[in-house]
Design a protein around this ligand. Structure first.
Ligand code: CMP
Length: 139
């Protein structure tokens, strides 16, 4: 049963560059409602836990170091068809392959420092949202 929520986080490169506001504006203008939002920083161990599914990949250690290198802005978002529509809005993982006017095309630096995360399924959206937010922080 599909849900109408997805999870995202603006990554350290985009926060550091002062692009959080512009990215949030694009998200809201695309019709997503912000259910939960905060600014925080992952420890390397927490980044490792969040990305545990990638632990066998060659880029895993670099990814954990990068994701804990600065502040991030995690959010839970609501919209009909949220997971698929949000992945369309952010574009391909590698910004070189991202469509024009997607968030990654506009703001990502590289396949690793790609500005923003978007859940790839309803199940992962729920798991990832719960990683950062308690029920009482969701509006
Ligand atoms: P994300 O969508 O958050 O999911 C996993 C992350 O790993 C991805 O964005 C990138 O930040 C990073 N990533 C994926 N593929 C590569 C790769 N080939 N090299 C380096 N980093 C990658």
């Amino acid at each position: 049963m599909p849900t109408n929520r997805t999870f995202t986080m603006i990554k350290p490169d985009a926060v550091q560059d002062g692009n959080s506001g512009a990215i949030i504006k694009m998200i809201e203008e695309a019709g997503f409602r912000i259910v939960a939002l905060k600014k925080t920083q992952l420890t390397p161990a927490n980044a490792g836990a969040f990305y545990a599914v990638h632990s066998e990949r060659p880029f895993y250690n670099d990814l954990c170091q990068y994701m804990s290198s600065g502040a991030i802005v995690p959010m839970i978002l609501e919209k009909e068809n949220a997971v698929a529509d949000f992945r369309t809005l952010i574009g391909a993982t590698n910004p070189a392959n991202a469509d024009e006017r997607t968030i990654r095309k506009l703001f990502a630096k590289s396949i690793e420092q790609n500005a923003i995360h978007g859940s790839d399924s309803d199940e992962n959206a729920q798991i990832e949202g719960n990683f950062f937010f308690a029920q009482t922080e969701q509006f």
